[in-house]
Write a new protein. Structure first.
Length: 94
């Protein structure tokens, strides 16, 4: 008999949680400049992530932030464009 130690049993790694597809879609659409769709998908995906234990929370949050920034951008664009169009039409410049 040998006095060699027993081989160490390696513990298996837990599989990484699956990334939520709506979170990825929210992230991608937020990068592309869509405004409302990433916000909706981001909120839905966060709800699914919390209830199902999926991954992708960072993607969902970034998609939400980009979506809200897109909404603010479109509002600012409209607030600047409308007065310019009104002044332009009132002065007769086309």
């Amino acid at each position: 008999m040998s006095d060699a130690p027993a081989p160490a049993v390696q513990q298996p790694y837990a599989p990484a949680p699956r990334t939520n597809g709506l979170a990825i879609a929210s992230f991608v659409l937020g990068i592309l400049g869509f405004a409302i769709i990433p916000v909706i998908l981001g909120h839905i995906s966060l709800s699914q992530i919390n209830s199902r234990g999926e991954g992708g929370k960072v993607f969902a949050i970034i998609g939400l932030v980009l979506g809200y920034l897109g909404i603010v951008g479109w509002i600012l664009f409209a607030l600047i464009l409308v007065p310019v169009l009104i002044v332009g039409s009132a002065s007769g410049v086309s």
